[in-house]
Design a protein around this ligand. Structure first.
Ligand code: HEC
Ligand code: HEC
Length: 425
């Protein structure tokens, strides 16, 4: 594995090598050395015109949108929405988190809604003046789960979400509430270049090979993006984000983002296309060309990467992919982009409290060691419930239960090495 890490550094574009692979050992693991713009760099080798479009896209990403038509193209917000800019949730292209206090409004996360909801696929908790927001999410703490690790009890905390003040009446009891934080988005465009055929080969929905790990494609067999791999392409993800998160219509998603029967929303919706195709393409170029952070090198991390492999984490968090139609030939995202059953504790909950969907996309681990430096917190997992790596791993269940138990059984030195490895990503 040490050799593989060395080879990985050699395979990186020159620009990234200097930042990562030549970093001094030991100190490289310290978060102090990590730049706040770790998720904001363009892929090396972009042509001038691509760099220009990348900068235009960055400006779009940061534009705070206003309601109504605006001559400078910054209009189209709402009538209902979650946030006024992409960068409001993906702060420095990084990770969102749940609110500090259960009753505070959400700032960098959303509540997605399972099938059959009259509010559509996402709860829009904000609205332009004169229109009611769809509802106000509030969190209630779940009973703590205790897991023993080296004789110490780790309390695992999570929360359940409820929707207060629903504008069109309460949500039906069977609707699934799926709280999700904004993920870091550096490297998203490279995940799009993983060959479709390889993903199809890898999927093993019925666990034919009997290894206890199945793995299913999300999004009707073509999904790659989002915590549940519901979205097939960066283009579709950007159109969805504009539509669902900000209420901005585009050529790809021209319909208004109002729930049926939400009269004031329907009256105030402008109609027509609210972001022009050029601005849309610039946004797509920006997201596609954000470089993933290069792993930092340190001896402890090398040993940890062997432990990661040995205890079966790589059954889902696949280290290395060769790409198709891409200047970057090989990437190290630690994901298979497939959905896995991670057990009841991580499942969505229905309005009536019963457990819902428990499948999640293997989270790409590249960048997980930089979230603190970029965003100032250590929250992990789809709803941000975990505080740091140990908790995130202890929450793994279902298909990942065996790997989690091997993690618990590790000698402390090996576990420390594994954690240093995650911090180096
Ligand atoms: C209200 C907060 C919010 C806003 C605003 C927002 N996002 Fe997101 N973004 C999220 C969340 C939450 C997810 C995960 C969605 C899911 O799991 O379905 C996400 C997912 C993504 C992904 C997929 C990353 C991956 O690895 O799967 C991309 C790319 C993305 N957003 C880009 C954008 C762009 C571009 C904009 C602006 C047009 C934007 N987002 C606006 C919260 C937000
Ligand atoms: C069966 C597949 C599977 C196995 C095996 C597995 N994971 Fe995961 N891992 C996932 C999925 C799926 C998620 C996302 C879960 C969620 O967000 O609720 C995840 C999330 C994570 C996260 C949080 C990432 C983030 O961005 O928030 C970490 C850290 C992690 N895994 C580490 C490990 C380690 C270490 C091991 C080995 C002990 C391991 N995983 C084994 C599927 C797996």
């Amino acid at each position: 594995m040490t050799l593989r890490r060395a080879a990985r550094c050699a395979a990186l574009p020159a620009l990234l090598i200097s930042a990562a692979c030549l970093a001094p050992d030991g100190a490289a693991i310290a978060e102090a050395g990590v730049a706040r713009d770790s998720f904001s760099r363009p892929l090396p080798g972009l042509a001038d015109d691509e760099l220009i479009r990348f900068s235009l896209g960055r400006a779009q990403f940061r534009t705070i949108r206003l309601s109504g038509a605006r001559t400078d193209g910054s209009g189209g917000l709402g009538p209902v929405f979650n946030r006024t800019s992409c960068s409001g949730c993906h702060v420095r292209n990084g990770r969102g988190r749940p609110p500090e206090d259960a009753d505070r409004p959400l700032t960098t996360m959303v509540i997605r809604l399972g099938p059959g909801s009259r509010y559509g696929r996402q709860l829009n908790d904000k609205a332009i003046p004169g229109v009611e927001a769809e509802g106000r999410p509030a969190f209630q703490p779940n009973p703590e789960i205790h897991v023993e690790l080296d004789g110490v009890n780790w309390p695992l905390r999570s929360a359940r979400v409820a929707v207060r003040k629903p504008a069109l009446g309460p949500l039906a009891p069977h609707v699934e509430l799926s709280p999700r934080v904004a993920p870091q988005i550096a490297g998203t465009g490279l995940l799009e270049r993983i060959p479709e055929a390889r993903l199809r080969e890898l999927a093993d929905p019925d666990d034919r090979n009997g290894d206890g790990i199945s793995g299913r494609r999300g999004g009707n067999g073509a999904g790659r993006f989002g915590w549940r791999a519901e979205v097939p392409s960066v283009e579709a993800q950007v159109a969805d984000a504009l539509h669902e998160d900000m209420g901005v219509t585009s050529t790809l998603r021209p319909s208004v983002n109002c729930a049926a029967g939400h009269a004031r929303c329907l009256v105030r919706a402008g109609g027509g296309i609210e972001i022009d195709d050029e601005a849309f393409r610039a946004l797509v170029t920006y997201v596609r060309n954000l470089a993933p952070p290069a792993p930092r090198v340190a001896p402890a991390a090398d040993a940890g990467s062997e432990v990661f492999d040995a205890i079966g984490c790589t059954a889902c968090h696949i280290e290395e992919w060769e790409l198709e139609d891409s200047r970057v030939r090989v990437i190290y995202p630690y994901t298979d982009l497939l959905l896995h059953d991670l057990g009841p504790a991580l499942a969505d909950r229905r309005v009536d409290g019963s457990p819902g969907n428990r499948e999640w996309r293997t989270a790409p681990l590249w960048g997980v060691g930089r979230i603190f430096a970029v965003n100032g917190h250590r929250r992990l997992l789809h709803d941000g419930r975990a505080q740091g790596f140990v908790e995130a791993i202890l929450w793994h269940g279902g298909e990942a239960a065996a790997a989690r138990d091997r993690f618990r059984a590790l000698r402390p030195a090996d576990r420390a090495a594994l954690l240093a490895f995650l911090a180096s990503l």
